[in-house]
Design a protein around this ligand. Sequence first.
Ligand SMILES: Cc1cc2nc3c(=O)[nH]c(=O)nc-3n(C[C@H](O)[C@H](O)[C@H](O)COP(=O)(O)OP(=O)(O)OC[C@H]3O[C@@H](n4cnc5c(N)ncnc54)[C@H](O)[C@@H]3O)c2cc1C
Length: 413
Amino acid sequence: MGYNISRYGKALQKDGIAVNRLDKHLKPLVDEERFSLFDQISRFAANEVAPHLLQWERDKQLVPDHLIEQLGEMGIFGLPIPEEYGGQDGEMIDLVLAGLALSYWSPSVAITPGAAVSLGINPLLRFGSADQKAEHLEDLAAGRRMFAFGLSEPGRGSDAANPQVVAEKTDNGYVLRGEKCWSTNAAWASHVVVHALTDPEGRNGHRSTCFIVPRDRAGVAYQEMEGKTVWPLSSTGSIAFDSVEVSEDEILGEVNGGFRVMVTTLNGGRLFVAAIALGSLAFALDKTRQYVQEREQFGGAIGRFQRVQDVVLEMDLALERNLSWLIQLVHRYDQGSLDREQAAKVKIDCSRVASELVQDAMEVCGGVACLDEFGLARHAADLFVTRVGEGSNKALMSQISRSLLPEIADQLQ
Ligand SMILES: Cc1cc2nc3c(=O)[nH]c(=O)nc-3n(C[C@H](O)[C@H](O)[C@H](O)COP(=O)(O)OP(=O)(O)OC[C@H]3O[C@@H](n4cnc5c(N)ncnc54)[C@H](O)[C@@H]3O)c2cc1C
């Protein structure tokens, strides 16, 4: 049986009364030009993503090619890329604003340019050679090319410093063997940045090297991971390397400096993940505010119950507080003064607070909240990834505990 969303409240309008909490909290935090960028992407998402989202998800398809092209034309893939390579010459703050605007409707649409830029383009900008930048940046800026981030493996998740993918030195370069998994954007990736073991005897954190490997190179096999219940429109692939030859020119960064490339990249990635968690929270807040004023039980709107108001208020507080914290840290990242612990903390907190509150929001909306067309169930499911992706919250908390409890750091598990 098909449902019409209007049965459960009017469709959210960008200028409708219910929609303005993200706009309201964001406006004082960024300058006019940046707010206008956010507003433009927000309107694009409301017009080009929101009306089709449900159908795309029910059809079990990935982000359609035309949408990737549109995002490319809007310049979203090129946000941090210098103008000389066809980019927008922007900063991380611009990508974070795009993430907030897109994830309000769909975290899995948002992560497509989000991962392409924060995990694909940023390491090339930071660690790439002049030749590598000249070869790739123009196409990456236009969205014609994408780099996938090959850190995770079937046997290496949180414990990523010692990959089981091995790069063996040869006379001409290296030969790669092994498998990466959970690679976001694998379906569209022209290249994979592969983190591989190059010096098993080296110091911890100095045993691996990153390689930029074309996905169509002989011996590379990609498969979309099946049965994924989160980020339905995002591509997530396994990529296997069967004696794949790579040259020294394809090394990203330094030999045995691969782990540094990966962990430095994750700082930016975590800010983006925090942003998409807040985009979900903002959607849930607006949807809940709207619904509890319309839905009547016991002779009046359910929003008149104080327990319902408390949930709405907690969501609004959490959005305002965490957004302000996130934007402050993103500015620090852009100034080069954000440390790893801060990036991890904001990812941990935005993801867990948003997940808990979206569950509460579903409860105060009642049974309707489990319908896909209502939208909250999508965000609740997708928020799971923000807790586990780019470093599981619990593993990151273990790392942070070492600096909190330095006297017993060597005893901590
Ligand atoms: C949809 C999706 C997209 C992804 N995209 C990418 C991508 O593009 N590229 C990429 O490389 N990876 C990607 N990942 C992988 C992601 O980064 C890993 O899932 C994450 O690093 C955790 O690894 P794991 O799932 O293997 O969990 P494990 O490492 O097996 O950990 C499982 C659980 O054990 C506990 N745990 C582990 N270590 C510790 C510790 N030290 N202290 C306390 N508790 C601990 C935690 O509760 C943790 O959640 C993606 C994952 C998902 C789900």
